[in-house]
Write a protein that binds this ligand. Structure first.
Ligand SMILES: [Zn+2]
Ligand SMILES: [Zn+2]
Length: 326
């Protein structure tokens, strides 16, 4: 099969054997999205080698005997695969299993390929009300929903989202359902304009914020090392900073303001797929304006370059030669 393979910091399109993990389902990938984490993997984050890609929608092509009901279904997949035996796995928290693998990120191949292998327990069927492009956003929307599981956000809370990228604009839409006062701070006029079209309050991040305009909750989705420091500066005393940026390297941060202002730092990663599917299905979260470009795997170099500046860039993997749509 055709796949993008990352090895020692360089990525190339190769012909590789299809995945054949026994006991798992094999999915023919229709569409797969490039996320900030993929760009970080290219830059050396997590030392990953193999096929990247963890945001995708596809059709189940084969399944073990006991899971044959999945065959032919259009699905997305949770990306963490636990050992099934440890305390975390027994509690149903496979994303913290010490020996977990993660689709396209850690220890197993991902979806920038014609076929990807995932256990049936990770699959979620996608209703017809969600098209392929929206389905690719299930995984990052779930990551945005994770914040609501971690931190109580009441309707009065003043919330800032730092970062006008693909994740920031998803997070802002999700948080707007819980709190009325949500402001996105970004550095890109054209992305902030897309945010405004989505009904969000958006400001240039470099505008000075007076002390009395500090926030109860600040979410760093900048994807950049300096985002955390800025988030701490914008948090009120006893405020909460949610850390959503993963990047290769370390974040410089002054610890005194965290101590003096009693700021709580919360790391945040993967979230609930069922909730994300519901929000995309009802249109509570809108993603169409976030799609910058859909292209083929052959075009990977310009796709990754565009993803560094634009919002969501996707690979149409099945039917790439045909016209758009499913
Ligand atoms: Zn991602
Ligand atoms: Zn485990």
């Amino acid at each position: 099969m055709k796949a993008l393979v990352l090895d020692a910091g360089s990525i190339s399109l190769q012909e590789v054997p299809p995945p054949d993990q026994t006991g798992e389902c094999r999915i023919r990938v229709e569409l797969a999205g490039i996320c900030g984490t993929d760009l970080q993997l290219l830059d050396g984050y997590a030392g990953f080698r193999g096929i990247p890609g963890h945001e995708f929608v596809g059709v189940v092509e084969s399944a073990p005997e006991s899971e044959r009901v999945w065959i032919g279904k259009r699905v997305v997949a949770e990306i963490n695969i636990g050992c099934g035996r440890c305390d975390w796995c027994r509690r149903g928290v496979k994303e913290h299993c010490v020996s977990r693998t993660v689709v396209g990120i850690r220890g197993r191949g991902g979806a920038f390929a014609e076929l990807v292998s995932v256990p049936a327990g990770n699959l979620h069927e996608i209703p017809d009300s969600i098209d392929d492009q929206a389905a690719v956003f299930v995984e990052p929307t779930a990551a945005a929903c994770r914040i609501l599981e971690q931190v109580p956000i009441d309707g009065q809370a003043r919330v800032a989202v730092l970062g006008d990228g693909r994740l920031g604009l998803l997070i802002a839409q999700v948080i707007t359902m819980a709190a009325a006062d949500v402001t996105v701070f970004g550095r890109h006029d054209e992305k902030l304009e897309i945010g405004r079209k989505l009904g969000l309050t958006c400001h240039r991040g470099d505008s000075a914020i007076p002390d009395e305009r500090r926030f109860d909750i600040v979410i760093d989705a900048t994807g950049r090392p300096e985002g955390l420091m800025r988030a701490v500066e914008l948090a009120q005393p006893r405020g909460i900073v949610i850390m959503k940026s993963t990047f290769h390297g370390e974040a410089p941060v002054a610890s005194a303001p965290i101590v003096v202002n009693e700021v709580t730092l919360v790391g945040s990663r993967c979230g609930p797929f069922a909730r994300a599917i519901e929000l995309l299905s009802t249109g509570a979260v809108r993603v169409q304006p976030l799609v910058t470009r859909v292209t083929s795997l052959d075009d990977y170099q310009s796709a990754f370059a565009d993803a560094r500046h634009g919002l969501k860039v996707m690979f149409r993997i099945r039917g790439a030669e045909e016209t758009n749509g499913r």
